[in-house]
Design a protein around this ligand. Structure first.
Ligand code: COA
Length: 327
């Protein structure tokens, strides 16, 4: 069951309290800023939470490749096509890194994929919206990648070694994505009237999902308190959202574009951003399977799983006879 060639400590049994001495030593290590490695003892809940979070993150990378992948053939010009192909390939690679990191905690990749396809595991809300125009792809490439970087840079300083190391590598690549996203964004913002209108429409569509991206407000976040205590999360949802708004709202406004939220403003005294009601009911609907594209995204993944079965079987059982579909 356990993957990655690691030797694992025996996990504590769910439902039984952790050995208080071991727990105290574990928490002292975290307080000292040490990394926890797969073979180290860890509380059952730490392991469970990490699997949940890293697995959701891996699924998000895979699902994130879908709206952008659909635009490869329609990207305007050779340069944009090349950049998009490379980016989509990177995102799928990020999922591989993250699935490997989650496997070190004892859940197999097959189980993770099954939980995604059955709808048991979540993935990021933002990938359940359509990319209607090239401007949507541009907003994803700039603002969603920027949001992901804010979150991933914070998480990369956390306590679980394999996740942090995967994130460090992911962040390098994401910073290239951000540069190409910004370049495409500025090209539309400084283009024709029609291009600017397209971009503004796309910003209007994506503003709310981006606000939702960092998770519910801190007072509604179920897991933050424990995850921050164990340094799995290094910033709260609202802190990350504020950091993102601080860095990227000015970049959009300086291009003469706007956000569809008359209440969006920074309080100069507290340094906190204030925004209008982002409709958290919509967020919960989307993450629980009822967004505009949830069904479409999951069926695309199910099809990919089905179409790729023969090659996985061939690699895992080279002696076995198999039929190549479409041959
Ligand atoms: N999309 C989908 N689900 C989300 C979400 C989002 N943007 N934000 C929060 N949720 C879900 C959580 O997974 C949790 O559901 P669960 O208990 O069924 O797993 C629920 O909403 C409550 O949220 P919260 O208690 O705040 O969750 P959290 O402490 O795990 O924080 C993140 C949410 C996204 C900040 C955190 O999971 C994280 O940093 N994840 C890793 C990075 C990542 O996945 N990035 C996305 C793609 S690049």
């Amino acid at each position: 069951m356990y993957g990655g060639g690691y030797v694992f400590c025996e996990p504590d049994v769910h439902g039984q309290p952790d050995d208080p001495e071991r727990l105290a030593e574990f928490e002292a290590r975290i307080d000292r800023g040490e990394k926890i490695e797969p073979q180290d003892w860890m509380p059952y809940e730490y392991r469970r939470q990490l699997i949940r979070l890293i697995e959701q993150h891996a699924h998000s990378e895979i699902m994130g490749a879908l709206p952008e992948g659909a635009w490869i053939t329609r990207a305007p010009g050779f340069k944009r096509k090349l950049a998009l192909i490379a980016k989509v390939q990177d995102e799928v690679g990020h999922a591989q890194l993250l699935y490997s990191a989650a496997e070190t905690l004892g859940k197999s990749r097959a189980d993770m994929v099954n939980d995604l396809l059955s709808g048991k595991s979540k993935y990021s809300n933002v990938f359940n919206y359509p990319a209607k125009t090239w401007a949507d792809v541009t907003v994803i490439g700039f603002l969603i990648d920027a949001a992901a970087i804010v979150n991933q840079v914070a998480n990369s300083k956390g306590s679980y070694g394999p996740y942090c190391r995967a994130l460090e590598r992911i962040c390098y690549e994401e910073s290239f994505h951000l540069k190409q996203g910004y370049d495409a964004f500025v090209a539309l913002a400084t283009g024709t009237k029609r291009q600017r209108e397209m971009l503004q429409d796309a910003i209007n569509r994506w503003y709310r999902p981006i606000i939702h991206f960092f998770g519910p407000p801190d007072n509604e976040s179920v897991h933050s308190k424990q995850l921050m205590r164990w340094k799995v999360k290094m910033a709260s949802n609202d802190e990350m959202r504020n950091q993102f708004l601080d860095a990227y709202v000015p970049k959009v406004l300086e291009l003469g574009l706007t956000f569809p939220d008359p209440e969006l403003r920074k309080d100069p005294q507290t340094g906190r951003w204030h925004y209008g009601d982002p409709d958290w009911a919509e967020f919960y609907r989307v993450i629980n399977g009822d967004g505009p594209c949830n069904a479409e995204r999951l069926s695309a993944r199910r099809l990919a799983e089905e179409n790729g079965r023969w090659i996985r079987q061939a690699i895992m059982n080279p002696q076995q006879k198999f039929t190549i579909p479409f041959a």
